[in-house]
Design a protein around this ligand. Structure first.
Ligand code: ADP
Ligand code: MG
Length: 308
């Protein structure tokens, strides 16, 4: 697979403190890559290195196979974690100014800004002063300015912090659309819902070290525990429950249903087959529910960080 961005063995210290220790990532073209980790893990430090704001002590970063150079900044749209706008300027004026800094002509910038302002339903903000905007409102403007010049790589540092759930969802959908239109996206977060919904690939950083990375679906397969959620209708509940609890490793569960049934999470041995479990269950009653328990990104995050 083609990589748009590769970071090789990047380390960075601030005085005695190592903020990144030999971290490597590979971001496939056209993917959404989630940079995950607890607060202080080193995510922003890595993002600032990719944006050439900070230099790594050792290691290097390649964009499309080339070592990073100042001119690459044109190919990157970056929404920093610390977001500042000039308070006294008007929204439209400021957006136009920032867009022109990205190399767009005034006419082109205006055209694209109009499109985005309509799209994010903020057309009537054009003449407002920045200081009149809430944090989330200002962040919408910054999101627009980040994507306006259609860079091939988009980097969002904690894009959802500061947004209410409705606007977070709106921005999520816009990021997915930008990916579908061909952009490659890196975003950092410690919120796992957005990871489930968005990421193709992830890297988990903890205490300056990368402790897990890969395709999210592969990582989920690796962490699966051969556990199945089961619903079973039987006229003889207590007897069947005793048989199941004797035969299998079971955990309580509680899912919504229209039946009065036995409900379990059943863990089967690594080499056992789901079909054999189903076959057995059919000898005990009516199987009304059968689903593999897939580990969530949140479960994986917590387990990996805790074991680290
Ligand atoms: P994250 O984005 O994962 O929350 P950061 O990359 O911002 O973490 O920070 C990682 C660690 O590096 C933190 O302990 C932070 O205090 C430290 N750090 C980051 N930048 C600097 C700096 N310029 N000077 C000193 N320490 C820094
Ligand atoms: Mg950060």
């Amino acid at each position: 697979m083609d990589k748009l961005l590769v970071a090789n063995n990047v380390s960075k210290s601030f005085g005695e403190f190592t903020a990144l220790n030999d971290v490597s990532i590979e971001v496939p073209k056209g993917s959404i890559f989630g940079l995950l980790g607890p607060n202080g893990a080193g995510k922003t430090t890595l993002i600032r290195i990719i944006n050439q704001i900070t230099m790594p002590d050792t290691g290097h970063v390649l964009l499309d196979g080339e070592p990073l150079k100042p001119h690459h900044i044109e190919n990157i749209g970056y929404l920093p974690e610390e977001r500042g706008l000039y308070k006294s300027m008007k929204v439209g004026e400021q957006a136009l100014y920032l867009a022109q800094l990205k190399g767009l002509s005034k006419a082109e910038a205006k055209k694209r800004l109009k499109y985005w302002f309509e799209r994010l339903e903020i057309g009537d903000w054009w003449n407002k002063k920045i200081q009149e905007l809430s944090k989330g409102m200002a962040q919408k403007i910054q999101f627009i300015v980040t994507v306006l010049h259609e860079p091939k790589l988009l980097i969002f540092d904690e894009p959802f912090s500061g947004f209410d759930p409705i606007n977070a969802n709106l921005i999520k959908d816009e990021i997915l659309k930008l990916r579908d239109d061909g952009a490659t996206v890196i975003f950092s977060t410690h919120r796992m819902e957005s990871v489930e919904e968005m990421c193709d690939h992830i890297a988990l950083i903890n205490k300056s070290n990368k402790i897990l990375d890969g395709k999210l679906i592969d990582i989920k397969r690796q962490y699966k525990s051969n556990t199945f959620e089961v619903g079973l209708v039987t006229s003889n509940k207590s007897e069947v429950a005793a048989i199941i609890e004797d035969k299998f490793e079971v955990f309580p569960t509680d899912f919504k249903t229209i039946n009065d049934e036995l409900q379990y999470k059943i863990k089967i041995p690594v080499n056992a087959m789901a079909n054999d479990l189903v076959t057995f269950l059919t000898t005990q009653g009516q199987v009304t529910h059968f689903a593999e328990v897939v580990p969530s990104a949140s479960d994986i995050f917590i387990e990996t960080v805790r074991n680290n």
